[in-house]
Design a protein around this ligand. Structure first.
Ligand code: AMP
Length: 538
């Protein structure tokens, strides 16, 4: 029994269709701009996106997709992907954004595990889809932005045949699932994260706030972060809610194309991983004044640690502020943002830069704490501990009960990130407890590479560690101990060739080091910290 008195406020459900209704009613004429496969620009509006999203919902229903069904996307950032962001949840379906950079085996596993009944795919990505289509449960393949070969459906024809008037918004419970993403596991298979409508709406609100990303109507937002990465950090939904103009770059993520789009569309806020902006900074430095980036005031950089030199370079040489953000797929994804606190407004430039290179303070309703060997650590800026978080945008479990050990008995999620926490709640990532490598914003599983290497007849032991890399953040390096007498049969080239069929190209270690032994911990595990220190390049 409820002890108190119930408030008299509406039980209004926080759902993705509610976001769409708002975008259409208030910002119907605001532009959504997409780069096309041929490089040209297509312009539409939130009003048109809303109509087409509802048509998509009707069309999917006619194909037999029902409430709770998973519908995958396999595509870059563009208007049709935005339509799926709204259209799939609008019928009560679950949008599953497949990461186009994953290996076909991993994609087959993920699509099967999720039970994706249909997939909306970019025409240019059809060959990549074909590599796993027969191992995925797709009943319908819907092709965007190009010809639809036999056995597939053309997206535009599907929408043209759908009657918008047939759309009936389901009475959704805000706790129902609206979207899903998979995260790479340290060991074993990727794990599914299922976002509720409520989670997505609260995340939208929290990232839009002024001390978070400050997504206002006057802004022009360009998410470089792919829409297949954790809801593109919530930016498509936040831009739609606020009525900010949205600029979507599709697959053209090279510095020249991005600079051209940033300038021509008068973008004010852009967001993505450090690798993208390192390349952009180099291009800007090489030709200062070649692009009019006068409108651009903020870059949101996260996914991996943003180097201080990157923050400094944009700020000092180009007058563009970097907001450093930390997040995880399990947090929908934004957790903390390094916006300068008022208390530091008068601090020296060096101190302010130093602050902004930390990962920052939590967005509203994300609570954090960290656990060291002797229990929860003090917020003193020096004790180390594994970061734990909780809040309405944090996963409460993985799908199918996977990874249950990541959730504490008292309801917190263990992130696998090792942090210090300042007295004001600012976190700084110091290390990673999880055995993964993050290269250009994408995960590489060191354990999977090690297992494959140890499957080679000449290899006795192999450990794969992350080494810092200026361009990619981290790259994998393999330390290999050969079996006695096998030296001649396993060169670095041969080991690379051995790995090639099973992994995406960018997973392959850049370097193979042959050693006599691999240092181990007391429990017999590879001592990764020692190896990382040993092979850290200057
Ligand atoms: P994902 O689930 O793929 O988004 O990856 C989340 C992980 O990326 C976090 O647990 C961190 O290890 C890492 N990460 C994300 N943002 C940052 C950041 N700003 N600095 C350092 N590491 C980060």
């Amino acid at each position: 029994m409820l002890a108190g008195v119930l408030g008299l406020t509406m039980d209004y459900q926080l759902t993705v269709p509610a976001l769409l209704r708002r975008a259409e009613a208030l910002h119907g004429a605001r532009e959504v701009v997409s780069r096309q496969p041929d490089g040209s620009i297509a312009r539409t509006t939130y009003g048109a996106v809303a109509v087409r999203a509802r048509k998509l919902a009707v069309a999917l229903q006619q194909l037999g997709i029902a409430r709770g069904d998973r519908v995958a996307t396999f595509g870059w950032n563009h208007g049709e992907h935005l339509e799926a962001y709204f259209g799939v949840p609008a019928l009560g379906g679950v949008l599953h954004t497949l990461n186009v950079r994953l290996h076909a085996d991993e994609l087959a596993y993920i699509a099967t595990h999720a039970g994706d009944r249909a997939v909306i795919v970019d025409a240019a990505l059809l060959p990549a889809l074909e590599a796993f289509r027969d191992r995925a449960p797709f009943e319908h393949v819907i092709v965007v932005g190009g010809a639809a070969p036999a056995g597939t459906i053309a997206y535009e024809e599907l929408l043209a045949a759908a009657d918008e008037a047939a759309y009936v918004e389901p009475e959704l419970d805000e706790r129902e699932a609206a979207a899903c993403c998979y995260t790479s596991g340290t060991t074993g298979a990727p794990k599914g994260v299922l976002y509720s409508h409520r989670c997505l709406v609260l995340h939208t609100l929290s990232v839009a706030t002024v001390d978070s990303l400050a997504i206002a109507e006057r802004e022009v937002v360009l998410p470089v972060v792919p829409m297949f990465h954790a809801n593109a950090w919530g930016l498509p939904y936040a831009a739609a809610m606020a009525g900010a103009k949205l600029v979507l770059p599709a697959a053209r993520l090279d510095p020249a194309s991005l600079l051209e789009l940033l300038a021509s569309e008068r973008v004010t806020i852009s967001a993505g991983v450090p690798t993208v902006y390192l390349a952009l900074l180099q291009a800007l430095d090489a030709a200062p004044g070649a692009h009019d980036l006068g409108a651009l005031h903020t870059l949101v950089i996260g996914g991996s640690a943003a180097p201080q030199a990157l923050i400094e370079g944009f700020q000092h040489r180009h007058g563009i502020a970097v907001l450093h953000a930390w997040g995880m797929t399990e947090l929908a994804p934004i957790g903390t943002i390094g916006r300068l606190p008022a208390a530091l407004a008068g601090a020296s430039e060096a101190e302010r830069l130093r602050y902004r290179s930390r990962q920052g303070r939590p967005v509203p309703f994300v609570e954090l704490r960290a656990r060291g060997d002797a229990g929860l650590i003090p917020w003193d800026g020096s004790a180390y501990g594994e970061l734990e978080v909780r809040g309405p945008t944090v996963a409460s479990a993985y799908t199918d009960g996977d990874g249950a050990d990541k959730f504490t008995a008292d309801g917190w999620f263990s992130t696998g990130d090792i942090v210090t926490i300042d007295p004001d709640g600012t976190i700084e990532l110091q290390d990673r407890a999880k055995d993964l490598i993050k290269s250009g914003g994408e995960w590489i599983s060191s354990v999977a590479l090690e297992n494959a290497l140890m499957g080679h007849a000449a290899v006795a032991e192999a450990a794969v560690v992350a080494v810092p890399d200026e361009r990619w953040g981290e790259r994998p390096l393999a330390v290999v101990v050969l079996r006695d007498g096998a030296t001649a049969t396993a060169t670095a080239d041969e080991l690379r060739a051995h790995l090639e069929p099973g992994f995406a190209r960018w997973w392959l270690p850049d370097e193979f080091v042959f050693a006599d032994v691999i240092p181990k911990t007391a429990t017999g595990k590879f001592k990764k910290t020692a190896l990382r220190d040993l092979y850290r390049r200057p």
